[in-house]
Design a protein around this ligand. Structure first.
Ligand code: ARG
Length: 226
């Protein structure tokens, strides 16, 4: 008897929110990006097929908990609050929060300058949590960063708080806006798993370690960030 290898157990369902370039974004109708390449390399090592499913960012962890997906890779920051509900893999990227403003804006130079200003964040992102905690700006929550950028250009908001690499990527593809660097704390991106799924997490950690050793991780970093 020949066993056909392609059974359900050979597929790993991965949730993401493909509105976060260069980590994950749509190229026409295809989801691409650093996270997608990384998780496919992991799949190669584990000899599993990876199926990536796009959804709203704030739906990702609920989808994980209800077993619609087996894990989440979404440039997701490992936070204490999220760790109460899910496990995180070893971290694969370090980021921080920066501020995006219009090119002709010369008065916003740091987080302090956002006081009493109309500031855009994306619902459920760590930038949302950070600014909600500061509680001294007028926050507008967007469902994705692209609509925040439209409002910034139209002057409806004065700034957007977003992760550093997506911010760089977005100003590269939009005229008239720039990034203000900040001294915000470092955040670590990691893959999220259900708490009761420790074996999968260990397998993935091993695969990530191998990608570090065989040079693949470095290759992807060079491809997307240099
Ligand atoms: N790092 C931020 C967070 O964890 C933003 C992640 C957004 N990722 C995405 N794929 N939309 O909240």
């Amino acid at each position: 008897i020949f066993l056909v290898s392609c059974n359900e157990n050979n597929i790993i369902y991965v949730g993401t929110n493909a509105e976060f370039p260069p980590f994950e974004y749509f190229d026409k109708d295809k989801i691409v990006g650093f996270d997608i390449d990384l998780i496919n390399e992991v799949g190669n090592i584990l000899n599993k097929e990876i199926k990536v499913i796009h959804m709203d960012f704030d739906g990702l962890l609920p989808a994980l908990q209800s077993k619609k997906v087996d894990m989440v890779i979404a440039g997701m920051t490992e936070t204490e609050e999220r760790k109460e509900n899910v496990n995180f893999s070893n971290s694969y990227y370090e980021a921080k929060q920066v501020i995006i403003i219009n090119e002709d804006n010369n008065y916003i130079k740091s987080f302090e300058d956002l006081e009493n200003k109309n500031v855009g964040v994306v619902l459920g992102f760590t930038g949302d949590a950070l600014m909600t905690e500061k509680d001294n700006s007028i926050l507008k929550r967007f469902s994705n960063v692209y609509s925040a950028v439209l409002d910034l250009k139209n002057g409806k908001i004065e700034a957007i708080v977003l992760d550093s690499e997506p911010a760089k990527n977005i100003i590269k593809n939009n005229e008239g806006i720039k990034v203000v660097n900040t001294d915000s704390l470092k955040e670590s991106y990691a893959i999220a798993f259900r708490k009761d799924d420790e074996n999968l997490m260990l397998e993935i950690n091993n695969a990530l370690k191998k990608l570090g050793e065989n040079g693949k991780y470095k290759e992807l970093i060079d491809k997307y960030f240099n």
